[in-house]
Ligand binder design. Structure first.
Ligand code: HAM
Length: 528
């Protein structure tokens, strides 16, 4: 029978384990190094933020916000919440005990609300007053019903009571107390929030920031798609309207991928025009009209998107929609002059930097904040989830979040996918190859143990990986253990070695041995 007490990582999450984590670390180290050469500094925003931040930035109608966020309510007043939920879930009462409990709950709720208003957890505004009024009415109806019911059975009152319960339930359900928080599904919104919060517009512009860490989306898990996944991202905020900024950011990204040894990368770019009232609005209206004409031939998702976000229809991977989509109007033919010039300049700037790209007019991206430049990078060995990075320009997002008008552009790399692709290519990338040689210290005897401890300390200080068995092992066993750990050398320390000051170093791959003094050993290992 299955052991029910066994815990497992939650679906869509996983443990990253050694030796794979060494690859994660070296990829992250490469990011730190490459991004620093482009003048970026690291930001570490919190992992949860108010839900409203993501709703406003990423867009309430996007899949990410409407379906995939891990959201929770945090409130100080657990009692208020308990009474609120009780009242908002009670719509029918058919016996005296229930009515009795309900009537008392109402007065508890009433008291809790008064407390919450007093200590500032609930606003003292018209809405709260209205809530008090409604509750007063329900309390009076429930009180009367209770009295009548106790005397005889006041079934005539049921209708009025039900209506009153309904009223109170609706009001109670609308009590918003505490904060609704979400685990971050992405970090661009947080970086913009931080830019505003710390007045970064006062710093030399543009401000260049990068981050790495876990993100959370409740998507259907599959290869390359997890519910907790990791991104390495970068954002450029503020500064002039210069297409060179877009191009340099992409150049940095490609330099990073190159350094990691990522194979088969393909960069796709597009311009989706100016936000809201300029060229994009006209294009979206036209697209919508065309989509209406072919609505019956589209799948349910695309049909829904005609209303919520017509641009996203272009993202569809459904086989039977491809031919239809190819015939739709293209944004490139509808860009205003400013956007056209900007797009042409971005392409020229990329060419000046030797960055190879492919244009893809259907690249619209799944987040609402984008405008003008969008881009995506795919890599080999990833199957259907082959986008290893996505990004784009988002002028106006900082303003939307309450800051000054600010330009913005950035990207996020899916680190899980990057690692998958690197592993697939068995890419012996430069970042993984220079691990220090590892030394297993096989010791026997008390005197040898003291020497082994000192040797371990000195070798680790010099940067070598050292394994020191915590209990005494016969040399044969120790060497077996060393091979299992893939150690490169075994340093054999027994009574003889310690007495002579001549240590035995065994190369495990070929079994060869040499005798060295402590000093000569260090020099030899350093010379490798
Ligand atoms: P995104 O396209 O939603 O953009 O995500 C960027 C990358 O994160 C994707 O290309 C993919 O590699 C990875 N990713 C997304 N979801 C998952 C998942 N469930 N499992 C594994 N990997 C995933 C953004 O997040 C934007 N904030 C990028 C950005 C920054 N735009 C401007 N600045």
């Amino acid at each position: 029978m299955a052991n029910k007490s066994k815990f497992q990582a939650i679906r869509g999450t996983r443990d990253l384990l050694p030796p794979e984590t060494a690859l994660w670390n070296s990829v992250e180290q490469t990011a730190h190094e490459v991004f620093a050469t482009f003048g970026f500094g690291e930001i570490r925003p919190p992992i949860f933020e108010p839900t409203e931040l993501f709703a406003r930035a990423v867009g309430g109608d996007t899949d990410i916000v409407s379906k995939e966020m891990y959201t929770f309510l945090v409130a100080d007043s657990a009692r208020l919440i308990a009474w609120r939920d009780f009242v908002s879930n009670t719509r029918k009462i058919r016996d005296l005990d229930e009515l009795d409990i309900y009537e008392r709950s109402l007065s508890y709720l009433w008291r809790e609300i008064r407390e919450a208003v007093k200590n500032g957890q609930l606003p003292d505004n018209g809405e709260t007053q209205e809530l008090f009024e409604r509750m007063k009415r329900t309390m009076s109806v429930a009180g009367t019903a209770l009295v009548e019911w106790r005397r005889s059975i006041g079934s005539a009152r049921f209708e009025e009571l039900d209506k009153s319960l309904e009223d109170a339930a609706v009001s109670a359900a609308s009590i918003k107390i505490g904060e609704e928080l979400s685990l971050r599904p992405e970090a661009t919104a947080s970086v913009c929030r931080a830019y505003i919060e710390h007045n970064m517009q006062q710093m030399p512009q543009p401000v260049k920031l990068y981050y790495m860490g876990p993100m959370f989306r409740r998507e259907r898990p599959q290869k390359g798609r997890y519910r907790q996944f990791y991104q390495i991202g970068a954002e450029i905020l503020g500064g002039p309207d210069a297409p060179a900024i877009d191009a340099e950011l992409i150049e940095m990204l490609m330099t990073f991928f190159d350094k990691c040894g990522l194979q088969g990368t393909e960069l796709s770019i597009n311009s989706i025009g100016h936000a809201a009232d300029n060229c994009r609005r006209a294009y979206v209206a036209k697209l919508k009209a065309e989509l209406e004409k072919v609505k019956d031939k589209l799948g349910a998702d695309s049909q829904r998107r005609i209303e919520t976000n017509p641009l996203r229809v272009l993202d569809s991977k459904l086989e039977h929609e491809q031919a239809i989509i190819e015939k739709l109007p293209r944004i490139a033919d509808h860009l205003c002059d400013e956007c056209k010039t900007h797009y042409a300049a971005v392409k020229r700037e990329l060419e000046l930097r030797g960055v190879i790209y492919r244009e893809n007019w259907r690249l619209v991206r799944g987040l609402d904040y984008y405008m003008r430049t969008t881009f995506e990078i795919t890599a080999q060995g990833l199957g259907s989830q082959n986008a290893v990075c996505g990004g784009g320009r988002y002028d106006g997002l900082v303003e939307l979040l309450g800051g000054p008008p600010t330009k913005g552009i950035g990207f996020a790399i899916g680190e899980d996918r990057l690692i998958l692709s690197l592993q697939d290519a068995k890419s012996q990338s430069p970042v993984t190859s220079h691990q220090s040689p590892s030394v297993y210290i096989a010791w026997m005897g008390e005197r040898a143990y003291a020497t082994a401890l000192r040797a371990a300390k000195d070798l680790r200080k010099a940067g070598f990986v050292v394994e020191l068995p915590p209990t005494e092992l016969k040399f044969g066993k120790a060497l077996e253990h060393a091979s299992k750990l893939n150690s490169r050398f075994a340093l054999i320390l027994g009574d003889n070695e310690v007495a002579d000051g001549q240590w035995t170093l065994k190369t495990l791959a070929d079994g060869s041995q040499q005798k060295l003094t402590e000093q000569a050993l260090l020099e030899y290992l350093r010379s490798l």
